[in-house]
Design a protein around this ligand. Structure first.
Ligand code: MLT
Length: 306
């Protein structure tokens, strides 16, 4: 009987699936890398979220490991090259949290447009600063979406529903799909020049690192607002800070950071910055979906090799 270790906090649905498929399942979260290395040799499968780092060293200590399942989209915490060289299959769940992450990006866009966090803090403090918080409407504004895949396309759909004009930059987006989504395909320079809001929905790879940098910001519309619920590292934080301080960028909403956990960051000092602690996938529905999906996929692979 195959054995699976769940080493990050996953919905209980995953354990039920593994066990119902006859897979022995242990849940051990919060292990140090050394503690994990000491026990990984017993397991055929490892189910993770983002906390466990699947390194070369861990894979070297895992002779029986056949599959790593990431309940979520990004596999940045897995050394894919090392996994491949050890014959370990790496799976993710590209669809399970797409709606939730898209909704977070839309929520961040509203929060920025109406300064909701600052207004909430001020009201709670008893200030009633009715004249301090002048917002902007989203209707008829242009949203530039960088990356129009699983998540970006849902953001596009919601933004079209909000009566925004949507530009999408994505080398994999066909004209036909763009028409279906009601978006206009654009190259980056055009998107930067025309967008009132820019939201990122692309993985972090060498070609996308610092895709929003000082040179890009210089070509944006004055008063642009930037939303990143994808990956830290897509936005050059020093350049963003400068853009915000100069007023060129009117606001930024960030769910992800170059260094996470982000417990201190110069951007936190600015009142036109809205921050959340990598909550893009944090809804009950999404966590249930990704846990179910990863457990089904891993079980299929361990039991049938499919
Ligand atoms: C993902 O890659 O699925 C999201 O960033 C959420 C997460 O890391 O938990």
């Amino acid at each position: 009987m195959p054995k699976v270790l769940i080493s990050d906090k996953l919905s209980a649905a995953a354990i039920e699936i593994f066990r119902s498929r006859g897979i022995e399942t242990d849940v051990k979260t919060g292990l140090s890398p050394a503690e994990l290395r000491a026990i990984i040799g017993d397991y055929d499968g490892l189910a993770i979220r983002s906390a466990t780092k699947v390194t070369k060293e861990l894979l070297e200590a895992a002779p029986n490991l056949k599959v790593v399942g990431r309940a979520g989209i990004g596999v940045d915490n897995v050394d894919i090259k090392a996994a491949t060289s050890h014959g370990v299959v790496v799976m993710n769940t590209p669809f399970g949290n797409a709606i939730t992450t898209a909704e977070h990006a839309i929520a961040m866009m509203f929060a920025l447009a109406r300064q909701l966090p600052e207004a909430s803090a001020s009201t709670r403090a008893g200030k009633w600063e009715k004249n301090r918080f002048m917002g902007v409407e989203l209707t008829a504004k242009t949203l530039g979406i960088i990356g129009c895949g699983n998540i970006g396309s849902i953001v596009a759909d919601r933004a079209v529903g909000l009566k925004m004009k949507v530009l999408a930059y994505d080398p994999f987006l066909s004209e036909k799909r763009a028409v279906e989504l009601g978006v206009e395909k654009a190259e980056l320079p055009e998107l930067f020049a025309r967008a009132d809001f820019i939201t990122l929905h692309t993985p972090l790879v060498e070609g996308t690192r610092n895709i929003i940098n000082a040179a890009a910001i210089a070509t944006m519309k004055p008063g642009v607002r930037i939303i990143n619920c994808a990956r830290g590292g897509l936005v050059d934080e020093a350049a963003l800070l400068e853009g915000l301080q100069s007023g060129k960028v009117a606001g930024a909403a960030l769910d992800v950071f170059e260094v996470e956990p982000a417990t201190e960051n110069p951007l936190f000092a600015l009142e036109n910055v809205v921050c959340t602690p990598h909550l893009g996938a944090a809804t009950a529905e999404a966590q249930e979906n990704v846990a179910l999906q990863v457990a089904e996929q891993m079980s299929d692979y361990l039991l049938t090799g499919a």
